[in-house]
Design a protein around this ligand. Structure first.
Ligand SMILES: Cc1ncc(COP(=O)(O)O)c(C=O)c1O
Length: 347
């Protein structure tokens, strides 16, 4: 196996092993590594009939010191437990989740990109219902799989901005529905909007499904807005405010949670509340955030229904650039990991 790290894109590259564990009658088997990437699944499995499925996404980094860091896997394990409960599936115990990630790393260690590449080893944990049934209802058998893939840096060139478009005609998830869980159905439901946005060279902003008034999510990422002092006025001591939506329909992002912690440490005011779309006109910086990109700055947001464009900032601004580097420095071992976010594997 020889990977040309310089050409590694942001797509799935198959590795040698995946890790699997099945659950019957509430009992999980010991996770094991296998080269077989195919599941022998009954055609009536609840994952196929009723979408009983949840997944996760997390990364391992080769640090500047040569050590491997798995970033906040415990938070992903906890979120997958909540997703499982949300879809009436048997939750994967945290210890088993951690064991499976470590095993997937160990068995595919040659696929962990070297530090200088800026690439990472991504893990996609997946939980599916395997009980055959046609009568509407949940299954009682499950399969947990961890699929690794090396992925190239999100910004192979310069850290840059993306333009977003608002879509009021496709809702991703309803309030108190499945939006707060990381389940496949939310993504399938969003494809019509995200693909239409991509066709125009943009990404998609979803508003709250009840009123189409507040910002919910940016494609498959949380929204962050930054306000500095009062726009148009220069104040001697500018307050920096980090704003992010409060909504029962969005996924609680682990990246957003980490960035909020770092923002508070930098002395910024962190506010989580409903954010009306029009408030974009008061923002000095804005971004989408998630495991894949960490931060993806937004230059402008186009609202086709109102024929309005919100211009935010042509280039990534200093506040979000600072937070982006602060989090990456922890992930790559260049800065102290005060919050013990990384599990270090010394090999
Ligand atoms: C819908 C959605 N929102 C937000 C996020 C960001 O979450 P995280 O930072 O945990 O990757 C993701 C990605 O996992 C996502 O799919």
């Amino acid at each position: 196996m020889a990977i040309d790290w310089s050409t590694l894109g942001f797509h799935y590259t198959e590795t040698d092993y995946i890790v699997r564990s099945a659950c019957h009658n509430g009992v999980w088997e010991e996770p094991y590594a296998t080269k077989d990437k195919y599941l022998h699944l009954h055609v009536s499995a609840t994952v196929l009939q009723y979408g009983q499925e949840a997944f996760e996404g997390l990364k391992a980094f080769r640090g500047v010191d040569g050590k491997i860091r798995i970033f906040r896997w415990q938070a992903n394990a906890e979120r997958m437990r909540r997703s499982a409960e949300g879809l009436y599936m048997c939750p994967v115990p945290d210890e088993l989740f951690g064991k499976a990630i470590r095993l997937a790393l160990e068995k595919n260690i040659d696929y962990l990109p070297p530090y200088e590449t800026g690439a990472t080893l991504y893990f996609r944990p997946l939980l599916i219902g395997t009980t055959p049934r046609l009568g509407v209802g949940p299954g009682k058998d499950f399969e947990f799989v961890v699929i690794p893939s090396p992925i190239g840096p999100y910004y192979p060139g310069k850290f840059h901005c993306t333009t977003f478009i608002v879509n009021r005609h496709v809702d991703r998830a309803a309030p108190f529905g499945t939006g707060q869980f990381k389940v496949g159905g939310n993504y399938a439901a969003s494809f019509r909007a995200t693909e239409a946005a991509h066709a125009m060279g943009m990404d998609c902003i979803f508003l709250d499904a009840a009123k189409h008034k507040y910002i919910d999510e940016c494609s498959a990422a949380n929204f962050i807005g930054i306000k500095v002092g009062t726009k148009g006025q220069s104040t001697k001591y500018k307050e920096i405010e980090y704003l992010t939506p409060r909504s029962s329909a969005i996924l609680p992002s682990i990246t957003n949670d980490s960035l909020m912690t770092l923002a508070k440490e930098k002395g910024y005011k962190v506010t989580r509340r409903h954010i009306p779309l029009e408030e974009l006109s008061e923002m000095h910086e804005a971004a989408a955030c998630g495991t894949a990109c960490v931060i993806s700055p937004i230059d402008k947001v186009f609202d086709p229904d109102k024929g309005k464009t919100y211009f935010i900032s042509e280039q990534p601004g200093p506040v979000l650039s600072g937070l982006y580097h602060a989090l990456q420095d922890i992930q790559y071992g260049r800065a102290e990991d005060k919050h013990h976010w990384c599990e270090i594997i010394d090999r």
